[in-house]
Write a protein that binds this ligand. Structure first.
Ligand SMILES: Cc1ncc(COP(=O)(O)O)c(C=O)c1O
Length: 160
C-alpha cells in the first residue's frame, strides 16, 4: 500500500480570522470617527470608556494612547518613583522596562523558569532588597497558572 504524506499548514496565530467575524462593526465605527474627523477624545472615546467600565463592572474607565502608558500609569498609581526598584523580566516586550524607567524607578531583572518561560518566583524572592516596591510580571503566551500557584511572595505585584 502506498502512503500519501499530507502537509497541513496550521497558522500559529490567525488574527485575520478573529477580525473577519467583527469586521463590519469595526469598519462602521472607524467610518464614523473619520466622518466626524474628531481624532482626539470626543464621543467615540467617551462611549468606549463607558462601555468598558460597564463590561468590567467598575465605575470609571480611562482610555489611554497605548499599553506602555497604561503600564506607566499603573506604576504611578502604586506610588513608584525615583529610588524604587521594580523586579521584572527581560523576556517580554520592552514596554515593561520602559514604564519602570519612565517613572524614575530601576528595573531589576530576574531570569525565567525554563518550563513556563515566565519569571521564576524563586529568583524574584532572591532579588528583593529594601528598595523593592513591586514586582511586575509579564505573562508569556498565557502560561501563568503554575506561576500563580507557586508564588507566595512577600511583595505586591504592580496592579495591572
Ligand atoms: C508585553 C507587552 N507589554 C506592553 C506592550 C505595550 O504596547 P503598546 O505598543 O500599546 O505601548 C506590548 C506591546 O506589544 C507588549 O507586548
Amino acid at each position: 500500500m502506498r502512503e500519501v504524506a499530507t502537509r497541513i499548514n496550521v497558522p500559529f496565530l490567525d488574527l485575520s480570522e478573529q477580525h473577519r467575524r467583527i469586521a463590519p462593526a469595526i469598519k462602521a465605527a472607524i467610518d464614523e470617527v473619520i466622518s466626524r474627523s474628531q481624532f482626539i477624545l470626543g464621543p467615540a472615546v467617551e462611549q468606549f470608556e463607558k462601555a468598558f467600565a460597564e463590561y468590567n463592572g467598575v465605575d470609571h474607565c480611562v482610555a489611554l494612547n497605548n499599553g506602555t502608558t497604561a503600564l506607566q500609569l499603573a506604576l504611578h498609581a502604586c506610588d513608584i518613583g525615583p529610588g524604587d526598584e521594580v523586579i521584572t523580566t527581560p523576556h517580554t516586550w520592552i514596554s515593561t522596562t520602559w514604564a519602570i524607567s519612565y517613572v524614575g524607578a530601576k528595573p531589576v531583572y530576574v531570569d525565567i523558569d525554563p518550563e513556563s518561560y515566565n519569571m521564576d518566583p524563586k529568583l524574584v524572592q532572591q532579588a528583593i532588597t529594601p528598595r523593592t516596591k513591586r514586582f511586575c510580571r509579564s505573562i508569556y503566551m498565557g502560561r501563568h497558572a503554575s506561576w500563580l500557584r507557586s508564588s507566595r511572595l512577600p511583595i505586591k505585584m504592580a496592579s495591572f
